[in-house]
Design a protein around this ligand. Structure first.
Ligand code: GLU
Length: 271
């Protein structure tokens, strides 16, 4: 009898504990953000123009980082704080699932496969996949790469896309875009493939390389959030609309893409 009672009270306290302590990833992101007056965003640190760590001050800088700052003000008010955690193409989903970041703004395409485990805001940027090659390369597009070696990044959907376009291409996957660019420079592959905006950023940093082949996929970027955060997604969508209506969005497009040679930034304007 005594043992049974002991077991019963143990079970009861476990149940109470489970009921009270929601794991980080189950808590309401929006409620927490309001309570702490802070939103923690996952952004890239290896992608020029979108999210790149500036070695002079250690801060991430780029269009995605600015989007996150502006969205924070729209959601929490002018005193709202944005904090940043650096993610890679591979780490962004697990960091979201574990509740280490509230949302990810990191050149992330909305795909049906990702929507099985995450939710996305409406699309906030229209990218498309392309190729970066040395200026003297004869490679012209994504459909004639059979027998060639192409470099991509782990966790990027670009790797699957290129295998569909040229099934007999050899694809090697590096950890991030800095390593991928180094691999291209040292001749470990003949082309680097990912979204056009990222490649234009690399072309600006690395003279002697060009973006070729136009875009062969559509990559609409969304802000990724864990499942069951409907009110946060709604707040983000509303903030995106406000930024597009009041001109802030187009100002950010001009700020980051207005001076990139060969890139038609006006096509990115909204409204
Ligand atoms: N937009 C693509 C993706 O979401 C490629 C860019 C990236 O690696 O972040 O996978």
């Amino acid at each position: 009898m005594k043992r049974k009672l002991g077991l019963f009270s143990l079970l009861l306290s476990v149940l109470i504990l489970v009921g009270c302590t929601k794991s980080l990833s189950q808590q309401s992101v929006l409620e927490n953000a309001h309570q702490t007056n802070t939103i923690t965003w996952g952004v890239k640190g290896d992608v020029s123009l979108f999210g790149l760590i500036d070695v002079r001050d250690g801060q991430q800088k780029g269009f995605d980082v600015d989007m996150a700052r502006h969205l924070t003000k729209h959601i929490l008010g002018p005193k709202g704080k944005a904090t940043f955690v650096t993610v890679t193409s591979q780490s962004r989903t697990p960091l979201l699932k574990n509740g280490n970041v509230d949302a990810v703004v990191a050149t992330m395409t909305i795909t049906p496969e990702r929507q099985k485990v995450l939710d996305f805001s409406k699309s906030y940027f229209d990218a498309g996949q392309s190729l970066l090659v040395p200026n003297n390369s004869s490679i012209k597009d994504a459909y004639h790469l059979n027998g060639h070696t192409v470099i991509g990044v782990v966790g990027a959907n670009s790797v699957q896309n290129i295998k569909k376009a040229s099934p007999k291409a050899k694809v090697i996957e590096l950890q991030d875009y800095a390593q991928a660019m180094n691999a291209l420079k040292s001749g470990q592959g003949e082309a680097l493939t990912t979204d056009n905006g990222i490649l234009y950023g690399l072309a600006v940093q690395n003279p002697g390389y060009k973006v070729v082949g136009g875009t062969f996929t559509k990559e609409p970027y969304g802000i990724a959030v864990n499942k069951n955060q409907k009110d946060f997604i709604e707040a983000v969508n509303k903030a995106i609309d406000q930024m597009q209506q009041n001109g802030e969005y187009n100002q950010l497009i001009k700020k980051w893409f207005g001076n990139v040679p060969g890139f038609n930034y006006k096509e990115l304007y909204r409204k």
